[in-house]
Design a protein around this ligand. Structure first.
Ligand SMILES: Nc1ncnc2c1ncn2[C@@H]1O[C@H](COP(=O)(O)OP(=O)(O)OP(=O)(O)O)[C@@H](O)[C@H]1O
Ligand SMILES: [Mg+2]
Length: 522
């Protein structure tokens, strides 16, 4: 500012420069994109107009401290500026501060603050007020966009929280779960799929195609399965066996179509659930049902068969007496007569054994129950078998845990019958030679409180046959050697005791039959 120019010329020149500055600022604001930098530039223009050396200038908004500080403003305190904001609607002078409120409608959105070492001229003040008015909508815009930014950030955080929550849910499921899109790319992969022998980490899986990750399954087959769900929109469910975890497990695989909106299937959710235990329980249940049906059938038929059997036995006995009488009287009979009679008696006994076996199913189970020590059951059985001619060549090893709990509600006669049936089977499997081991052990929990194992080194059982051996009348023994009732009776007795029979067998190596009984009342 030059002091030599006459006052009117000076003031005219100033007014012209004011207008030029205002036009510049206005043009800048009109083309404003990045509002904050534009405001900064507008303030810069004003400041250069007011004279850089003597003037500090800044814009203050209610949300923050001061924005758009310009050099020289640092020694003005925030309180001073804030006080300035509380002033009236017109341009106000607070000590050495001049404050022009920035007002939009009836709302004050900020204040334009100037500190000068000299009083501002009228044009300068007009320029300040005009700039404040120009800035009002821009500032409101800037504020709105900052609010939007905050809102977007908080929405994003909310969505992220929601995403984490959903992820936590699918991670907590005891199921393997993954989601693929139309391009077969994995979009979601839960924790269960990360664990286990075939586990793949989420980072590795997400974004890759399912064929790259599940390369154990033929890609063609996988594709066909997914294509079916994509095209039909129907859920698919099937069971599959896998030995990837080291033991044979059964999985139920479900493929569920998913749509984003009303359009076609956009994703497929695949769930894999280990249903091995469920399947076994199901099989046991159907086994129990079969036994119950046999029991009912047996109850009806046995009565009918017992009577004629008793009649045949009585007739055979009378015939025997008659023959004796005749022989005493000197009559010579055909030499086979005694043999035939013997055969009749033996066969009647055999029939009676079958009938009795079946009656074990059908008789109401009212055997007396008491606390029974499994080790005593083992000892009693071995004592009985010592006198059994078929057991003479067999050696029995025992490994009894004396600390096991007693079975609170058991019938030791029936348990002896079970162990005897298992030992006879073991002996049959080993060709009457070899060693059978009987082991007792404490179990894993009160419901599976004690284990009784019968371990043989016999011919074993084929995997495909294991499921059948507890079925009544299932036998691989020659006619007359076995009825196929032994194990089904054992099954019924053990089940009645609240326990289970389990079997592990390797063909050609031997079998282990395990009776598991509870040590709590069931
Ligand atoms: N320890 C074992 N080793 C190999 N196979 C066995 C063993 N125990 C049972 N099995 C198989 O299971 C079948 C059924 O056994 P289960 O005891 O029910 O009938 P069985 O022995 O044939 O006749 P029963 O016991 O009525 O005289 C047997 O025929 C045999 O094939
Ligand atoms: Mg048997």
């Amino acid at each position: 500012m030059t002091k030599t120019t006459p006052p009117d010329v000076e003031s005219e020149g100033r007014a012209a420069r004011s207008l030029a500055a205002l036009a510049g600022i206005s043009a800048e604001l009109a083309s404003a994109r990045a509002l904050e930098s534009t405001i900064d530039r507008a303030l810069g223009t004003l400041r250069s107009f007011l004279d850089a050396a003597e003037v500090s200038l800044w814009l203050h908004t209610p949300t923050g401290l001061s924005r758009a500080w310009v050099a020289g403003a640092e020694d003005t305190t925030e309180t001073e500026v804030r006080n300035g904001l509380r002033l009236g609607d017109g341009l106000t002078v607070v000590r050495d501060l001049e404050v022009a409120p920035v007002i939009l409608g009836d709302r004050r959105v900020g204040a334009l603050v100037v500190r000068t070492s000299r009083a501002l001229g009228d044009e300068e003040r007009m320029l300040l007020t005009a700039l404040a008015n120009l800035l009002a909508p821009e500032l409101a815009h800037a504020e709105r966009s900052r609010q939007l930014e905050v809102e977007v950030a908080s929405r994003t955080a909310e969505i992220e929280r929601g995403r984490r929550f959903t992820e936590k849910i699918i991670d907590s499921l005891p199921l393997g779960l993954y989601v693929i899109d139309r391009e077969y790319r994995i979009q979601s992969w839960n924790r269960k799929r990360e664990t286990g022998m075939q586990g793949v980490s989420r980072e590795e899986a997400i974004g890759r195609t399912i064929f790259e990750i599940l390369h154990r399954q033929p890609a063609e087959m996988l594709k066909r399965e997914f294509e079916e769900v994509f095209s039909t929109g129907r859920m698919q469910e099937y069971q599959t066996e896998s030995i990837s975890s080291g033991e044979a497990r059964t999985y139920r695989i479900t493929k569920i179509p998913m749509r984003l909106g009303d359009g076609p299937v956009s994703h497929v959710i695949t769930i894999g659930e280990d249903v091995t235990d469920w399947k076994e329980a199901q099989e046991r249940f159907s086994q129990a049902e079969k036994l119950a049906a046999i029991g009912q059938l047996a109850a009806g038929v046995m009565h009918e068969i017992n009577n004629p059997l008793a009649t045949i036995a009585a007739c055979a006995e009378s015939l025997g007496y008659r023959i004796e009488d005749l022989e005493k009287a000197g009559v010579v009979l055909a030499p086979e007569t005694h043999d035939f009679l013997g055969i009749i008696e033996n066969e009647v006994v055999r029939c009676k054994q079958i009938v009795d076996g079946l009656l074990d199913f059908s008789r109401p189970k009212q055997a007396r129950k008491e606390r029974v020590d499994l080790n005593e059951v083992v000892e009693r059985t071995l004592f009985l078998l010592k006198h059994h001619v078929r057991f003479k060549k067999l050696s029995v090893e025992t490994d009894l845990d004396r600390t096991i709990g007693r079975v609170p509600q058991a019938n030791s006669e029936q348990l002896v019958q079970v162990l005897m049936a298992l030992l006879i089977n073991a002996m049959d499997a080993m060709g009457e030679r070899g060693t059978v081991r009987i082991v007792t052990r404490a179990g894993t929990d009160p419901k599976r409180g004690v284990f009784l194992d019968v371990v043989d080194a016999g011919h074993g059982i084929a995997r495909s046959e294991v499921g059948k051996i507890f079925e009544p009348f299932y036998t691989t023994k020659a006619p007359g050697q076995g009825t196929g009732l032994g194990l089904s009776i054992c099954y019924g007795i053990v089940q009645e005791h609240g326990g289970v029979i389990e079997v592990e067998s390797v063909l050609g190596q031997g079998s282990t039959f395990r009776v598991v009984l509870p040590v709590v009342a069931t």
